[in-house]
Design a protein around this ligand. Structure first.
Ligand code: HEC
Length: 117
């Protein structure tokens, strides 16, 4: 068996490269997470808009004008923040619950109230 001393070094090189790639990915995710957390602390209306855009428009329409679900662009004028937050967490009628977390629901209510009237 002839020794091939270069192969282990080659493998170590690849390993080190993967490690660096992995670490930079971790760094990327960590910094993204921090940004989101700061956003949540800073402006609930903005967070609410984000959550509504990703979680609610599929049923309530791109501009909340209604689709398979009713229009909710004006619910902020008709319902209290507590009622809206309750619906976002628990659902109502044929709308399923569990779509938003309680923290998200408060931001959603603030956002929907800010765009109503
Ligand atoms: C799976 C589809 C679906 C999704 C996703 C959804 N909804 Fe609904 N929503 C409905 C339906 C259907 C109704 C009507 C329920 C009924 O009265 O039977 C409704 C009703 C509502 C109402 C009451 C409207 C009124 O005038 O009575 C509010 C407020 C509401 N949704 C908010 C939200 C928010 C906020 C989100 C995102 C967090 C969301 N919905 C996501 C389907 C959905």
């Amino acid at each position: 068996m002839r020794a091939k001393p270069l192969i282990p070094f080659y493998l170590i090189g690849i390993g080190a490269l993967m490690l660096m790639l992995g670490l930079s990915l971790v760094g990327f995710y960590v910094s993204t997470g921090e940004t989101e957390e700061e956003g949540a602390d800073m402006d609930p209306v903005e967070l609410g808009e984000e959550v509504v855009t990703s979680n609610c428009t599929s049923c309530h329409g791109e501009n909340l004008e209604g689709a398979s679900g009713p229009a909710i662009e004006n619910v902020g004028a008709e319902m209290s923040n507590e009622e809206i937050a309750d619906i976002a967490v628990n659902g109502v009628g044929s709308m399923p619950g569990g779509i938003a977390s309680p923290e998200e629901a408060e931001a959603i209510a603030e956002y929907l109230t800010s765009i109503a009237e």
